[in-house]
Write a protein that binds this ligand. Sequence first.
Ligand code: GLP
Length: 261
Amino acid sequence: MEVVILADAETVGAVAADAIEALVRRKPSAVLGLATGSSPLPVYDELARRHAAAGLSFADCHGFALDEYVGLRPGHPESYREVVRREFTERVDIDPSHVHGPDGSTADVRAACAEYEAAIRAVGGIDLQILGIGTDGHIGFNEPGSSLTSRTRIKSLTEQTRADNARFFDGDVDQVPHHVITQGLGTISDARHVVLVAMGEGKAGAVRDLVEGPVRAFCPASILQMHRHVTVLVDDAAARQLELAAYYRQSYQHKPAWQGI
Ligand code: GLP
């Protein structure tokens, strides 16, 4: 696991975009795992900018959303399918038929989850998964207690997550669904490179538990300690509780330029 502490959200977005650009130039048919929430927005902004300014093309890429609410009407502006479209895919040239998300309005959740896993496998698996982190340590919507080897399935949200996400629903927690479909921790762990971004002091405890705590289902993100290629990009505020912060800073500062993240 590499921890990179950066000055601000814009720099986090630029460093993540560098890795995605390098991947897409090396492999134009790259498969991207797309997270929602506010944390990845600087990454999407930077990719959209590079698409417009430098012709970075996603035409042959595939995209898979991490998760989705269950029960929102199709086209609801806060459904993650809509958020992914609005924040990223419609701002670049990715083929809309290459962009997938779990079906939160399906009558057969089990079948939809199995189909989602099969769709990811059919394009060769996810090359680079972008992640945020919840204040309770969730990734995707894998709440505390999630099986560390779980696959795409239905989950119940904690009240903490519903309260955190109420800001997207006019501040009204009652509008936040109780159920979601999320890629599992096993699904996320299959991605070849995981790039987790976290900004702000509100994430400092979750980032500490993810990076320096024990691997345990109580902090689902801690499963990333078992992954071969994880990059954690944080700003100063989100890094505030890291015991080895000085070491992470020093390592990044002296990293060979050819290595990338
Ligand atoms: C949501 C999403 C996660 C996201 C997390 C943090 O619940 N399912 O994918 O990482 O919340 O969101 P934010 O980045 O807005 O803090």
